[in-house]
Design a binder for this molecule. Structure first.
Ligand SMILES: CC(C)(COP(=O)(O)OP(=O)(O)OC[C@H]1O[C@@H](n2cnc3c(N)ncnc32)[C@H](O)[C@@H]1OP(=O)(O)O)[C@@H](O)C(=O)NCCC(=O)NCCS
Length: 323
């Protein structure tokens, strides 16, 4: 495939690097792959590129959707139309595979968003990459009010119910089937305590259960479960995922009736110390999604109570209307 747009030649990179070939969880917490890379040259046969973009379709989901990310162009070409040409070509390739929704994922604060906006994308939410320097981890106080139990292979059914019933004001992938509502208004949390496990689609329930059942499959993983009067009221997992970035699959989830009482910091403190003391890690990361103008409370918990720093932020732009 070769297209000439905005006076540049855009082609698929043959032999892309092996690390982009597989499936990967992108910074919007959804899984895509394998990736394809488009590169732009000024003239046919030029060895050097002046721009590039990466695209991929989602996997392991009934949603036929794609992602466009890692858009790069030479600084002097930002206003040349080349960024839009790269996005448009990536979009055409995803559309030819049936994509009905495309996420444009970009590093925030470096001026890439307008290129997406011009093509009809709108900002949907933000992802925040949190990082902990475990070598200088502060003392994180523990509340004695809870019984915290460490389990490497928890009961999938019990944990699956808990995960789907935990209160999450911002995007977590298991809320995805209801996500469309949030693009137009903030989703009001139901006041009646209807069972969110029963309310979830069968597909989401199965994905949550499979992820809990597969605990440890991609590297050592453990769960810290908190109980009060025998009732499960919170959890935090931690995993040593080798070179992969995120050291948490779920991170901290606390039941609605237990928030604001030191439980989140107790659990996250345990998980961070496990990564440091049992796994010998010097560094931990977690990517959390947020609203556009408000952080998920997990981000305050991580930064204020456990000393994480914000390593970077991504903007997730979305397009669902195509001519
Ligand atoms: C994020 C969450 C996992 C944190 O668990 P938690 O048990 O409530 O956290 P802790 O009580 O250990 O909080 C420790 C510190 O984190 C910070 N923190 C936690 N939540 C915060 C929030 N919403 N805003 C600002 N800081 C927050 C505070 O510094 C807090 O210390 P403080 O209570 O002395 O001020 C949990 O609150 C949750 O799931 N929240 C989602 C629902 C929610 O926040 N609802 C309120 C909407 S406004």
């Amino acid at each position: 495939m070769t297209t000439t747009a905005a006076a540049y030649i855009i082609e698929v990179l043959p032999d892309p690097p092996a690390r982009v070939l597989g499936e990967r969880v992108e910074a919007n917490q959804l899984t895509y792959g394998p990736s394809e890379i488009l590169v732009a040259r000024r003239h046919p046969g030029d060895v050097s590129f002046v721009g590039a973009v990466r695209l991929a379709m989602r996997v392991r989901t009934p949603f036929v959707e794609g992602i466009i990310t890692d858009l790069q162009v030479d600084d002097d070409l930002k206003d040349s139309g080349l960024p839009e040409a790269l996005i448009a070509e990536a979009e055409a390739r995803l559309r030819s595979r049936g994509a009905r929704k495309i996420d444009g994922l970009l590093l925030d604060g470096v001026g890439m968003a307008p290129h997406y906006y011009r093509l009809g994308y709108w900002s949907s939410r933000r992802s925040v990459v949190l990082a902990w320097d475990l070598a200088s981890l502060r003392d994180i106080p523990e509340s004695p009010e809870y019984e915290v139990v460490q389990v490497d292979r928890p009961d999938a059914d019990v944990i699956g119910h808990f995960i789907l019933n935990s209160y999450q004001p911002y995007f977590r992938w298991w809320k995805e089937p209801r996500e469309a509502q949030k693009w137009f208004r903030v989703e009001l949390q139901p006041e009646d305590y209807e069972d969110q496990y029963e309310r979830a689609t069968a597909e989401i329930r199965e994905r949550v259960l499979a992820d809990v059942r597969n605990a440890g499959a991609s590297g050592p993983q453990t769960y810290f479960l908190a109980y009060r009067d025998g009732e499960l009221i919170g959890l935090c997992d931690a995993r040593d995922s080798g070179s992969a970035t995120d050291q948490f699959e779920w991170c901290v989830l606390v039941s609605r009736s237990s928030i604001g009482k030191g439980l989140g910091s107790t659990l996250l403190g345990r998980a961070l110390r496990w990564l440091r003391d049992e796994r010998g890690l010097a560094h931990a990361e977690y990517t959390s999604t947020s609203g556009l103008d408000d952080y998920d409370p997990l981000i305050y918990l991580s930064t204020v109570a456990t000393g994480a720093f914000i390593k970077g932020e991504f903007l997730d732009c979305v397009k669902t209307q195509f001519e």
